[in-house]
Every structure is written in structure tokens, then in C-alpha cells.
Design a protein around this ligand. Structure first.
Ligand code: GLU
Length: 318
């Protein structure tokens, strides 16, 4: 008898802070293909935590761009009501912060951006300076005093612990949390939950079993796994995908407006051209040809996905 296998559930987790670019399309295509090839389900979660950068019209646009590319989902998005918009899940994140607080893992941090940058600290794997620990051991009286002047952020105490995991594309990855990431922020001083917390809580509550996302987030994964363990969530499997790099080595970002889907669509580029170009550069097809996302499902395998990042010369594609 075949053992009952749990349905795979993946997610599309765009940050609606502008129009999606080719790099976002690349990781979304792989997340979609991996789940569809296994007959699983996809959740669309809008990571619109940052009220200064995210707008409702970008949320609508991202859904429309996904569908145009041929990437659909089974749960979430606007049709899922507010439940799949991080901006509307504030109380949920707070409830999980309270749990961490009960375990005495959090402390308020009153440092200003300027103070953080001025501290000559070593850098974490994602390039942010390791926190120097200024507010880690303040007395209750100090905290009261400082709270009069400034609203604090909440940091978590990074343990002297090594967390390792097996990435489905990149192999074994380990990080010693106190040295490689240091005490990190879980709630900003304006009360907004930090990405590291929201992603762990949402993947846990939304039953996500497979996380596929850009390699730039590889360094965040050990701390997310550690948070999952503190909060009692199961660990999904991870695949970190190739990045699209500009000729100067920079990762493509929303600032590369000529390669966002708005510009490409306005120039008359078709979805099958974009998917075909990505499939070729990812190693899923031997030639650059018109292909729909759906046509790639039956032949998809992670073994075929390129091991290297993808260099993009914007002037020579499409
Ligand atoms: N919202 C993030 C992004 O668009 C992805 C976060 C994640 O997949 O964990 O880059």
C-alpha cells in the first residue's frame, strides 16, 4: 500500500512595492512549476507590510501580472479576503510576539538608524551590520527612561546556536546565529512586524510545506527555521533560486524599470516570450522559444535548474 503523502503547498509571496520585474517573475515561475509538477496547491500572499512602500494598486497589478504570465493560485490573493494580506494581520503577528516575549527572547531596542549605522560592527550574511548589543542588557529603569523619548523596536536575542538545513538547490547551508545574523528586529519602532517574523508566522499558519524564493534570502533561512522551532511550526522544504544579475553584478531590482513587466508588456513582449526566455536561461529548455508556463509543468525537475545566477544584458533580450 502506498503511504499517504501530504499535499505539497507552496506560495507566491510578492512584495507589492512596485511593478514586478524579471527576477521576481523568475522565482515565481519556479515556485509555481515546482508545486504544479507535484500536483500541489499554491497560496498567494501579499507581503505588503511596509505602509510607506506598498500600495493597493500594486497588489492588484501583481495579481494581474501573475495571471498574464500563466501563473495561477488556489488560495489567497484579493479573492481570499484580507487574510492573505500581511498588512491586515497585525494582531496575529503580535500574538506570536507575545509568545516569544513570554520565553524572554525579546527586548526593546531604542537605537536610532543613525546610531546603528555609526556602530562599527561586523556585518551579517545579508550585509546588514550585526547589532552591537547596546540595548540588550538595559535595566528596567533605563528602559522606562528611554521609552519616554522614543518608541522602541523589538529585537530577538540571537542564540549561540548553529542552524543548518538542506536547500533543495544549493545543498547544505548553516549559520551560527549570534555571529552570522546577531540580534535581529521582529517589530519595527512604528509597530509594523518585520519580514522575518511575518514570513514564519504566515508560512506556519498557511500550511506552507515548500518555500521557493530568490537566493538573496538564503541567509535569512536559518533564523527563520530557528523562529519556527521557537513557535512550534513545522519546517518547510526550501529551494533558493538563481538571481538575475545586471552586467555590473547587481541583482535586478524594481529600479531596473526597463525590465519590469509594465515596460515589457507595453513594448509588446508576450508572456510566452518571457517564460521561454526564463526557461532557456534556467536550463529548462535547450533553446529560446515561445513556451507557456503550463507546457513546462510535465518536464519540470529541480535537477535541471541552473546552478549559477543569470546575467542579463537588458539591451539584448526580447
Ligand atoms: N516578499 C519577498 C520578495 O518579494 C519574498 C519573501 C519570501 O519568499 O520569503 O522578495
Amino acid at each position: 500500500m502506498k503511504a499517504h503523502k501530504k499535499t505539497v503547498r507552496g506560495r507566491l509571496a510578492p512584495s507589492p512595492s512596485g511593478r514586478m520585474h524579471l527576477g521576481n517573475a523568475c522565482s515565481a515561475l519556479l515556485a509555481w512549476l515546482s508545486v504544479r509538477a507535484q500536483g500541489g496547491e499554491l497560496v498567494l500572499r501579499l507581503e505588503d507590510l511596509d505602509p510607506d512602500r506598498c500600495r493597493p494598486e500594486y497588489c492588484r497589478q501583481v495579481e494581474e501580472d501573475f495571471l498574464w504570465l500563466g501563473l495561477d493560485w488556489d488560495l489567497g490573493g484579493a479573492a481570499g479576503g484580507g487574510d492573505y494580506f500581511q498588512s491586515r494581520r497585525r494582531e496575529i503577528y503580535q500574538a506570536y510576539l507575545d509568545r516569544l516575549e513570554e520565553k524572554n527572547l525579546l527586548y526593546p531596542c531604542f537605537c536610532s538608524r543613525g546610531e546603528l549605522h555609526a556602530a562599527q560592527a561586523p556585518h551579517a550574511s545579508d550585509g546588514t551590520p550585526l547589532y552591537s548589543g547596546t540595548c540588550r542588557n538595559l535595566t528596567p529603569a533605563d528602559r522606562l527612561e528611554r521609552a519616554r523619548l522614543r518608541k522602541p523596536a523589538l529585537r530577538v536575542r540571537a542564540p549561540e546556536e548553529t542552524v543548518s538545513f538542506q536547500d533543495g538547490r544549493m545543498g547544505e547551508y548553516a549559520s551560527r546565529l549570534d555571529r552570522d545574523c546577531g540580534d535581529f528586529i521582529l517589530r519595527r519602532s512604528d509597530g509594523v512586524a518585520a519580514y522575518q517574523l511575518a514570513v514564519v508566522v504566515d508560512d506556519g499558519l498557511m500550511g506552507v510545506t515548500e518555500v521557493v524564493r530568490g537566493r538573496d534570502l538564503l541567509g535569512s533561512t536559518p533564523r527563520q527555521i530557528w523562529l519556527q522551532r521557537q513557535l512550534g511550526f513545522p519546517q518547510p522544504v526550501y529551494f533558493h533560486t538563481p538571481l538575475l544579475l545586471a552586467p555590473d553584478g547587481r541583482r535586478l531590482s524594481k529600479r531596473d524599470a526597463d525590465l519590469d513587466l509594465g515596460a515589457l508588456r507595453a513594448a509588446g513582449v508576450r508572456a510566452e516570450q518571457i517564460v521561454g526566455w526564463l526557461a532557456f536561461r534556467l536550463g529548462l529548455r535547450e533553446r529560446e522559444e515561445l513556451v507557456s508556463a503550463r507546457e513546462l509543468v510535465s518536464e519540470f525537475s529541480w535537477d535541471r535548474v541552473a546552478k549559477e545566477d543569470i546575467w542579463v544584458d537588458a539591451s539584448r533580450i526580447f
